[in-house]
Design a protein around this ligand. Sequence first.
Ligand code: SF4
Length: 363
Amino acid sequence: MKAGLYFHIPFCVRKCAYCDFYSVSDTTSQKAYFEAMHREMEAYRGKQIPVDSVFIGGGTPSVADETEIAKLLKKARDIFDFASDTEITIELNPKTFDEKKLLVYRDAGVNRVSMGLQSANNDELKKLGRIHTAAEFLASYQLLRKMGFTNINADMMYGLPDSSIETLEKTLTFLKQLDCEHISAYALTLDENSPLYQQGYIFPDDDGVYEQYQLVCEMLSQYRHYEISNFTKDGKEPCRHNFKYWTRAPYIGFGAAAHSFFEEQRFFNPASITEYVGGAYARTPQIISGQDALFEEIMLSLRTDLGIKIEKLPDSFWTKNQKMIESYRQNGLLMIDKESIRLTEQGFFVSNAIISSFQTEID
Ligand code: SF4
């Protein structure tokens, strides 16, 4: 199985009110940070690892100097064995790039772009602390098209502060008119202590969020709903890189807070630019085997519309879970056929509860 590479670029214009990704707004360490990523990649030189996806995420990679992104990709090609059709995605935010940056990305081989809209309602964007309006997102999107990008994902969220079915409908209508190849729709989940939660906004309750999720599924019904939060235009490939996370394919992450799964081991870097630049990427791997591997396989596969292959499940799983599986099936949460078990769209919404209810101890 070919590997994916992930590069974490932890710089943003400013912190959004809901964000728990590792990112900072101070870019003074940028040069040293990229140099550290080059050093980290060197550990893989000579191993001839085949790669067919790259994801440059963050943070906001477009805040970084575009020539650093190009140099990073050049180095990655030098060290890893890239397939000729490698999917190379970069995450961008509206207002953080121009034609010149896009030309550099394109020349470096970037062929997929992921950009955050989150909402088409400016008051929601403001509450979220986003740096752009809906019109500015549109202008950035049009620039991407003008510069020849033909594979674009837009991120959106539901369950937003003071949101309603009407505000969500506006966002979905806006997105549908763009006709992007891929849409990621996430439920906003907040800790009760988070600053956004404490500002006194009204958040939809569980039933309200479910109603919003149903509207997302309904309005994107011409897209393939291939993962809990991901939709791809009919006939278009899902995000090849992200699909690796859900199928236990190998991926190697570089940069602060980056995670990896390689040779059946999981390891991660510290969420600190200072520590990372200081060389703290000698990781302690966690070997995943036996029962843990089975639980991962079930948990990850059920996130996708392909589900889990029945042949992968040991007999003891059936003995212990048959009644529960049957009850989920009768309640329309799960489908089962000769080859696989899959969650329905309704099941996707409560996937955490379903997955954690399974007994996966191997006898
Ligand atoms: S742009 Fe993205 S990574 Fe940066 S703070 Fe906002 S949500 Fe977080």
